[in-house]
Design a protein. Structure first.
Lengths: 364, 195
């Protein structure tokens, strides 16, 4: 009897409170329809009350955000000229004085309560969410897999060579939450209906474990993109490309793009691995080397095994840099690797007299 | 318990300060007391929520829980009442008082689970207060909490210029100061006693 009364009264009290809250949510937190003016040329009419970030995502405008709207990464900055309300204490730590004066706001913190006027960089409009199918999975090395991905909806992607997409790892096994992880595109933009990714297995990595242990051919996946300010820059300077491991992906995209478009630039590609087993696409680039006189491919092993029968360079990519660069002044560099390798490479390249603004890099 | 509500009000601020005599609500007390301004904002929010939830919980306790003889459910019921009330108030002031929301509203989610607020509601039952006594106690306890956190923020502001031993920085030294403040507040305890 007591148990029954307990349960009933608790449910009634809980129910009444929930009812009051949902009524309040409908009447008090209902801000009606609001219009968002984007870049003075696009108007969205949406239901107010949600954060600007969530609202824009529902309208399929993807603002970069790593923390998912908790206000801890500070990536989702956009310019809000009207209707943003006063600056919130939760935003201030992420905004410099200059940004505050330019009306830059954290879009995950401000709510849409009235008509707004915002500015979003044009390139963010090309970011879309894709449904796609994995048509082929192959091993490049024992811990790097190559994925061929065909788009289903939307059917085509536009990107710059070197940029990356974010792949969704769903809930699986012991993984209880969905996460997005960034992977560079290895194919060139001329292939609009499919992309290739190179995914290295990270110990305990949520997404890479999913790709290596669970994902099968013909599985459907979700991804969004393209993102990133690491991409091919037009010009005539000689190009120095440096990559280790799966960092080859964006570099391959850039190099293939140059060849595809018959751009006449000199390219040296330094590719580092530990042993011969960790090397891949060796024949592919050697073939290119034979085909194009202005392309030089320099794979190097940092710790070759005795039975590797390796007669190429030995050492890290940064160590073989000096002996393989000519003295010509105009050079630009593209680097993709782990933070240590990128830092060392930048230092070495600067010693070599390459200005910092001509060194483009992507860390993973 | 037949004590004048005014006496309870002053006692709750000085002699029975919820932080310094009961050590309740320490979490936000320690983490938010870095700046005087934010401390004051949080103090206001705590005072407001404390006063209203005490009254609300008083009514629910005496008109719902007692008639059904399920007083032992008060812990759960009080917590959900406080949580719902905070949610509701947050919605209301965000809509109708944006300026207030800016200074007070962002602290509201922080104090949903502030144990001082639950503590006040439970003390009111144990001490068998009437409605007016409870109201006075809630308001007084809130003001007392604000007073304590403001004092702490003031001290921590001064302390920024002094060198604190490495191992005591942050929460460590704050807890020690809280203890010393509590000793100082014992000085008031001769004035009145509520318990």
């Amino acid at each position: 009897m007591t148990i029954l009364i307990t349960i009933i009264t608790l449910s009634i009290i809980g129910g009444i409170l929930a009812l009051i809250l949902s009524i309040a949510e409908n009447y008090i937190a209902n801000y009606g329809e609001c219009t968002i003016n984007i870049n003075n040329n696009k108007e969205l009419t949406i239901e107010g009350g949600n954060s600007l970030l969530t609202t824009l995502i529902t309208e399929e405008i993807f603002i970069p955000s790593a923390c998912g709207g908790r206000g801890s990464c500070g990536y989702c900055k956009i310019k809000v000229d009207e209707g943003g309300g006063p600056l919130l204490p939760t935003e201030i730590p992420y905004l410099s004085n200059k940004e505050q004066n330019e009306n830059i706001r954290l879009s995950c913190q401000i709510k849409v309560k009235n008509d707004m006027k915002i500015f979003i960089p044009e390139e963010l409009f090309s970011i879309k969410q894709y449904k796609a199918i994995v048509s082929k999975i192959s091993y490049l090395t024992s811990d790097i897999k190559e994925l061929y991905i065909d788009f289903i909806e939307p059917k085509e992607i536009e990107f710059k060579p070197g940029q990356y997409i974010q792949l969704l790892a769903p809930k699986y096994g012991t993984n209880k939450e969905e996460v997005y992880r960034a992977y560079s595109i290895a194919s060139t933009p001329s292939n609009k209906d499919h992309i290739e990714l190179m995914i290295g297995l990270v110990p305990n990595g949520i997404c890479s474990t999913y790709v290596h242990k669970h994902l099968k051919e013909n599985d459907e996946i979700t991804l969004n993109g393209p993102y990133g300010d690491f991409y091919y820059h037009q010009g005539e300077d000689d190009m120095i490309c440096m990559a280790i491991g799966s960092g080859m992906a964006p570099i391959k995209s850039i190099i293939d793009y140059v060849f595809e478009n018959a751009i006449n630039r000199k390219i040296v590609f330094f590719f580092g691995a530990r042993t011969k087993d960790d090397l891949f696409y060796l024949e592919y680039f050697r073939e290119k080397e034979r085909q194009y006189s202005n392309f030089k491919f320099l794979p190097t092993l940092s710790r070759p095994k005795d039975d590797d029968e390796w007669n190429g360079d030995i050492g890290r990519v940064t160590e073989i840099l000096y002996s393989n660069l000519d003295g010509s002044k105009n050079k630009e560099a593209y680097i993709c690797g782990n933070p240590m390798m990128v830092k060392d490479s930048i230092e070495k390249l600067k010693e070599f007299g390459i200005p910092e603004k001509k060194i483009y890099y992507d860390e993973f | 318990m037949d004590i004048n509500p005014f006496i309870i009000f002053f006692a709750a601020i000085f002699t029975n300060n919820i932080i310094l005599s009961n050590f309740l609500g320490m979490c936000s007390f320690i983490s938010v007391s870095k700046e005087i301004e934010t401390s004051f904002g949080l103090g206001q929010a705590v005072t407001f929520v404390m006063t209203f939830t005490t009254v609300l919980n008083f009514l629910i306790y005496h008109y719902v829980l007692v008639p059904f003889q399920i007083e032992y459910l008060r812990y759960i019921v009080f917590i959900i009442v406080i949580a719902a009330f905070v949610q509701f108030v947050e919605m209301v002031i965000e809509r109708y008082a944006p300026a207030l929301y800016l200074s007070l509203g962002i602290f509201l989610p922080l104090i949903t689970v502030n144990c001082a607020i639950l503590g006040v509601s439970l003390f009111m039952i144990i001490r068998e207060y009437t409605l007016f006594q409870s109201m006075a106690y809630g308001l007084g306890a809130g003001i007392g909490w604000t007073l304590a956190i403001l004092a702490m923020a003031g001290i921590r502001k001064k302390m920024k210029k002094s060198s604190v031993p490495k191992g005591l920085e942050g929460p460590g030294i704050t807890l020690i100061i809280t203890g010393i403040m509590a000793l100082a507040f014992i000085g008031f305890s001769g004035i009145v006693q509520i318990q």
